[in-house]
Ligand binder design. Sequence first.
Ligand SMILES: C[S@@+](CC[C@H](N)C(=O)[O-])C[C@H]1O[C@@H](n2cnc3c(N)ncnc32)[C@H](O)[C@@H]1O
Length: 663
Amino acid sequence: MTSFAKLKSNRAQRDVNRSVVQTNKPHEAATNLDHGGGSTDELSSVASPDTSQISLDLPQQSHSESSRGALLPFGLDVRIGELQGRGVWSCDPRRTGQLILSEVQMVACISTRYLPTYCSACFLETEDKPLKRCTSCKLVYYCNSECQTRDWVLHKRECSALQNWAANAPQDSSNGGEGEEPGTVVPSDAIRTLGRVLWRRQKKGRESTWAKEMDALQSHRASLSADQHSSELHTHMAHALVRYLGAESIKDLAAYAIDSITALVDLVSQFTTNAFAVTDPSLTPIGVSLSPTIAIFNHSCDPNAVLVFPRAQHRSPKEEPMVEVVVIRDIAVDEEIFISYIDSTLPRDQRQEALKATYNFTCNCPLCSKPRERDSYVDPREGLYCPKKCGGVCWLPTEENPLTCCTKCGAVVKDTDAVLDAVRIGQEALDKATRLQFSDTPKATQLTTNLIPILMSAGLLPSSHPLLALSRLHTTLLIANYRSPFESTTIELNSPQIQEQHQVSPDAKVSSEEAQEHLDEAIRSATRTCNALNQILPYGHPIRGLAVAELGKLLSVDEPSPKHLAEDDTLSPSSPHLLSPTSQQFAKAPPYPPSGPQRLKLAYDTLVRARGELMIGFGAGKNEGGKVGMEVRKSLVDIEKELGVWKEGIRNAAADLPKVNMR
Ligand SMILES: C[S@@+](CC[C@H](N)C(=O)[O-])C[C@H]1O[C@@H](n2cnc3c(N)ncnc32)[C@H](O)[C@@H]1O
């Protein structure tokens, strides 16, 4: 991360990769790789098999009775709760930053959009060399033939299924049919992952512990018929899976131990209830995974553990992709371990909606159970500053509950309509900007730029939704579109693959002043985001650690034009002796962000903090705070060297000054 030059050259390399012309080699098992990303839309289309006999005519079924958890490591216990079903409990006390479990992902898929960017075997991002593409399906990419060979056990089945799917795609499949990614002839991530589940189960055998644990996963099939939307979704997925497996009817699925519609829908429901997103080191979702061990952990909106994919660089690419559970709050003996299934920075209503829609339950965690009362604690995710600015806060008004007042001084918020309007248009702008972030970045940035001040002047706390979400997106957009006046490249921070998809003209030139203002605005936005996240997430939460790392990296970017310094040449880097604390500069409030060596020092301090947080959220020890934690460590070493040069300069200059009598 310190080396932006390297990151820039990686980006350039990726740009080259994208334009490499595809070379079709003859198909050879486990070595059928090529480079580049040709399109698949020339594939022919034939009628798909008839699966129309599948419908959700379901008998009532109860939740799986199993409580095995046979794959959990020593020190973890599976217990069954009345409301939540099985859950994982700790037999030992555990400290923040401790690794609870670490396991190879046996069944995982890279999302279609990221297939050319991440190896489908080790899940590492292409950095120095282009990934190589399977010449048969022309969809799945690997680092090299070793990775391909390792994945071949599943991909050999997947490869033909993908080809059959494409060959049988309906003529209008470019608009995306059921279970398909829109605009492609590729089945959805869910269907591809389900295919891998079935092939893995065949490989391991029905009686294997893994297969039994998979069979024991919770399914919500019994309650599906009550919810039309879920029922339709599950029916579509079941149809798509049958087609993907090349089956004509349910009888053809006997080889996969599926002998009835009930079993098929159970499988689909087990997937929707238990699958989790695979993320890259910056927590960007890049794929889908299903694990019978991870699936036993229950949810809390204020969890004591997190799921991460640390991806420390020192790991050999030969290693399988690991998923890990790390403690983010101390856990006592006999305490249940919870992770969060959703974005826990959202307000209660949105969290509940997301959990109900996907996991079919109403959350009663301590955060969701806190009463929303006049004198009660105000959740910073949905708070407003006191209208009298007494230092207290109020709950954000809602349509159902428009009356709100300060919990400290009792001042009533009068213009609740204005606040409700601001929140509504803020949410609309957030939804639109999120949709447009890759296709129309300037428009998305314009939306975040316009809406943040409106929500701030309506009195929302920076941690309130949708202000925090807009600030996070604003920071991402500013980083993605930063252009140095010296080079026609962007800087890369935590999410290179996001940047890759933003539309930035490589020839666009910016002036030093524009670049400086852009960078400073990104720093201010990142600072606002960090402060807001600190209010709602515990120290060491990976989202916090990454946000602080991002701020530190922004502060450490060389300023394109040292504006503040240039305006006052007494502060120019060539006269460092005038940076003494008695300088006039400190008589007035220092500007934010600062400039010159103060900025570098602030970058250093911020990165030290980031490293501390990352060492918790992504685990210490061999994880070293994950890939970003290791990058931060490298940055710190580089900045220490740079600061050393400054200190040396100051010492030399001070030695030349006339001696002053201090008494
Ligand atoms: C990934 S599974 C977790 C393990 C599950 N309890 C079991 O028995 O296998 C997700 C399901 O567990 C239940 N669950 C998880 N967290 C819960 C919570 N906080 N409250 C109620 N139910 C919960 C829901 O039924 C949800 O669909």
